[in-house]
Design a protein around this ligand. Structure first.
Ligand code: NAD
Ligand code: MLT
Length: 550
C-alpha cells in the first residue's frame, strides 16, 4: 500500500481527501530537517509539501522508494529538482490554486501602500488623528508596470485595468496580440517601461535572469515617486537598491510579501517610511489553501495509483491515454535499449535514435526515455526509469540525438537505435507486430525478423549450409531447447557474413557457448537476456486505469 508523508501544514480538506483515499496510508510530520527528514523520506512513496520544508540533494540522496513530491503551491524552489530527477522522482505543483489570492495580495499591497493604511491605523492606535500626514495617491489614471505575465501577472493586469490604471507589461512569452487583448501595452525590454511607470509589480519565478532584476541602475531610470511591489519571490528586487532609493526619495514606497531569505524578521527595510511588508501571505487565504491542498492530494494519489502525471515540473507529462497508445512502442524502445546494452562493447559515447513512419509524429520523447532506460538499466547501480534516464545519460557525457522521419520505409512504424562506443557502432531496428509483439528487424546491418524476448543467442557466421543445424545439435547436447530462430544476411546473396539469433528456453552455460564458438564458420557468439514476452519493468506496467510509470 503506497505511503504518503505530509511535510508542511496542509488544509484540512486535503488531509480529509488523503484519509478517504482508497489504499493510501498517510502521516503528517512537519518541521523535519537534515538526517531526520532524509530518514523519514526513505519510508514513503509520496510526499506533499509547501514552501517550509527544504528537500535538498542531500535529503533525497540514495532514496529508492520515493516516487513523487507534490508542492501544494506554485514555487518549487525549496525542492532540488535535478536531484529529484536523478533519483527518478516526479516533482509536481499546483500552479493555479493560489493565482487569484496572490493577485489580490499584490493589489492589496499596492492600494494599502498608496493610501498609507498601515501607518494611519498605527497613528490612530497611538491616539493621533493625523489627516495631513497621510495624504495618499490615487491609482486610477496611473501606470502600472508588470514584469511576468503568467497566471498571476495577468490576473493583476485585469484587476488594475478594472481600477482604470494603464498597464505596461514585459514577458518574453506573451504575444503582442494576447497583451493587447488584455489591455496591456507590451514592451520589448524591462528598461523600456521604467521611465513611464508609477508602480511596478513583478510576477516571475526567481531565476538567474530575474535575480536582482531591479537594482540601482534600474531604479535610476524610474520616475521619482515610483512604488514597487513584490509578491513573487524575494531577490528579484535588490534590497540595498530599495533602501537607497527610499532614502534618496526616488522611491516613494516598497511593498513586499517575499524575501531573499525566509523566514525574514529582520530587514533594513522594516520600519522605513513608505514600506509595507507581509510575511509571505500571498497564498494565505482559506480558498487558496483549500484549493492547493485538494489539488496536491489528487495529483499525488492519481500518480501513485494510476501513474497519471499532471503539472510535473521536472518531466514531460504524458497522459495515460497517450501512454496506453504508445505502450507497444515503449516496450520496443526499452527492449532495443537492453539489446544494445548487451552487445559486446564498452565506452558508449553517443546514441542516435531514428523514428520512422507513423510513430514519428507521436510523443517520441517518452520513447527515447524508454530506450535510454533500457540501455542504462543494468549498467547503473541506481534505479533507472522514464523520469531520470535521459539525465543519467547526459551526466555520463553520452550524447543523444533523435531524428524523426514520417516516410515509412519497410514498416508502417519503426525505430532504429544506434550506439557509438570506443570499439565501434551497433545498430538495431525494431518494430511492433500487432499491438504488443516487439520484433527486431535489423541488427548491425543484417536484415532479419527476431523475437525481442527471453534469452537470445546471437552468433555471427559465414553463410554456408549446415550452420543452424550444427548450433541446434550443439545446444541439444546441453539440453537447451530452441524456441524461435532467425537468420539474416547483410546483402542479398548467400555465402557472405550472416547473423543468427536463437530464442532459447534455457540458459546456455559457458561450456555450451564455447562449444558453439568452436564451429569453424562461427566468428562470435554471445547471449543477451531480455524480459520475457509481456514482462515490463514496473514503471511501464499497465494497470486497469492507465499506465504506471513507477
Ligand atoms: P507563471 O509560471 O504562470 O508565470 C511566470 C511568468 O514569468 C511566465 O509567463 C514567464 O514567461 C515569465 N517570466 C519568466 N522569466 C521572465 C523574465 N526574465 N522576464 C519577464 N518575464 C519572465 O507563474 P505564476 O503562477 O504567475 O507565479 C509567479 C510567481 O509568483 C512565482 O515565482 C511564484 O512562485 C510566485 N507566487 C508567490 C505567491 C505568494 O504567496 N507570494 C503565491 C503564488 C505564487
Ligand atoms: C507559492 O509558490 O505557491 C507561494 O509562494 C505560496 C506558498 O508558498 O504557499
Amino acid at each position: 500500500m503506497p505511503k504518503v508523508i505530509v511535510l508542511d501544514n496542509l488544509a484540512q480538506e486535503g488531509l480529509d481527501l488523503l484519509a478517504a483515499a482508497d489504499g493510501i496510508q498517510y502521516k503528517v510530520q512537519t518541521g523535519l530537517k537534515g538526517d531526520a527528514l532524509r530518514g523519514a523520506l526513505l519510508e514513503y512513496d509520496g510526499a506533499i509539501c509547501r514552501s517550509g520544508v527544504k528537500l535538498t540533494a542531500e535529503v533525497l540522496e540514495g532514496n529508492r522508494r520515493l516516487k513523487a513530491i507534490v508542492r501544494a503551491g506554485v514555487g518549487t524552489d525549496n525542492i532540488d529538482k535535478p536531484a529529484a530527477t536523478r533519483a527518478g522522482i516526479v516533482v509536481m505543483n499546483t500552479p493555479a490554486g493560489n493565482t487569484l489570492s496572490t493577485a489580490e495580495q499584490a493589489i492589496t499591497l499596492m492600494l494599502a501602500m498608496s493610501r498609507n493604511v498601515v501607518p494611519a491605523y498605527q497613528a490612530l492606535c497611538e491616539g493621533r488623528w493625523d489627516r495631513k500626514k497621510f495624504m495618499g495617491s490615487q491609482v486610477a489614471g496611473k501606470t502600472l508596470g508588470i514584469i511576468g505575465l503568467g497566471r498571476i501577472g495577468v490576473a493583476v493586469a485585469i484587476r488594475a485595468r478594472a481600477m482604470e490604471m494603464k498597464v505596461i507589461g514585459y514577458d518574453p512569452f506573451l504575444s503582442k496580440e494576447k497583451a493587447q487583448q488584455l489591455g496591456i501595452e507590451p514592451v520589448d525590454t524591462v528598461t523600456e517601461m521604467l521611465p513611464s511607470i508609477d508602480y511596478l509589480t513583478v510576477h516571475t519565478p526567481l531565476t538567474e535572469e530575474t535575480r536582482n532584476l531591479i537594482d540601482t541602475p534600474q531604479v535610476e531610470k524610474m520616475k521619482p515617486g515610483v512604488r514597487l511591489i513584490n509578491c513573487a519571490r524575494g531577490g528579484i528586487y535588490n534590497e540595498q537598491a530599495m533602501v537607497a532609493g527610499l532614502q534618496s526619495g526616488k522611491i516613494a514606497g516598497v511593498a513586499l510579501d517575499v524575501y531573499a531569505e525566509e523566514p525574514c524578521t529582520d530587514s533594513p527595510l522594516f520600519g522605513m517610511p513608505g514600506v509595507l511588508c507581509t510575511p509571505h501571505l500571498g497564498a494565505s487565504t482559506e480558498e487558496a489553501q483549500t484549493q492547493v491542498a485538494v489539488e496536491a492530494v489528487s495529483l499525488l494519489t492519481d500518480y501513485l495509483t494510476t501513474g497519471t502525471i499532471r503539472h510535473a515540473v521536472n518531466v514531460a507529462a504524458v497522459d495515460p491515454k497517450t501512454m496506453q497508445s504508445l505502450r507497444g512502442y515503449l516496450d520496443v524502445a526499452y527492449r532495443l535499449g537492453l539489446l544494445l546494452a548487451g552487445c559486446p562493447s564498452s565506452g558508449v559515447k553517443s546514441c542516435h535514435v531514428l523514428y520512422r513512419g507513423e510513430i514519428a509524429s507521436r510523443d517520441t520523447k517518452v520513447l527515447t526515455s524508454a530506450f535510454t532506460a533500457g540501455l542504462l538499466q543494468h549498467a547503473l547501480d541506481e534505479e533507472v526509469n522514464l523520469i531520470n534516464a535521459e539525465m543519467l545519460l547526459q551526466e555520463r557525457g553520452i550524447e543523444l540525438v533523435t531524428e524523426s522521419r514520417t516516410d515509412m520505409g519497410a514498416f508502417r512504424s519503426s525505430m532504429t537505435v544506434e550506439i557509438t562506443t570506443d570499439q565501434g557502432q551497433h545498430e538495431a531496428t525494431g518494430t511492433l507486430f500487432g499491438q504488443s509483439m516487439p520484433r527486431l528487424v535489423a541488427l548491425d546491418g543484417y536484415r532479419l525478423e527476431a523475437y525481442l524476448d527471453g534469452c537470445l543467442l546471437l552468433f555471427k557466421h559465414q553463410d554456408v549450409p549446415g550452420i543452424v543445424g550444427s548450433v541446434g545439435t550443439t545446444l541439444g547436447e546441453y539440453q537447451i531447447n530452441i524456441a524461435q530462430m532467425a537468420v539474416g544476411r547483410a546483402g542479398d546473396r548467400p555465402g557472405g557474413e550472416a547473423i543468427g539469433i536463437l530464442n532459447l528456453d534455457g540458459e546456455p552455460g559457458s561450456e555450451s557457448l564455447e562449444a558453439v564458438r568452436k564451429h569453424p564458420s562461427i566468428s562470435s557468439a554471445h547471449v543477451i537476456r531480455l524480459p520475457k514476452s509481456g514482462d515490463l519493468p514496473a514503471w511501464l506496467q499497465s494497470s486497469e486505469m492507465g499506465l504506471s510509470l513507477l
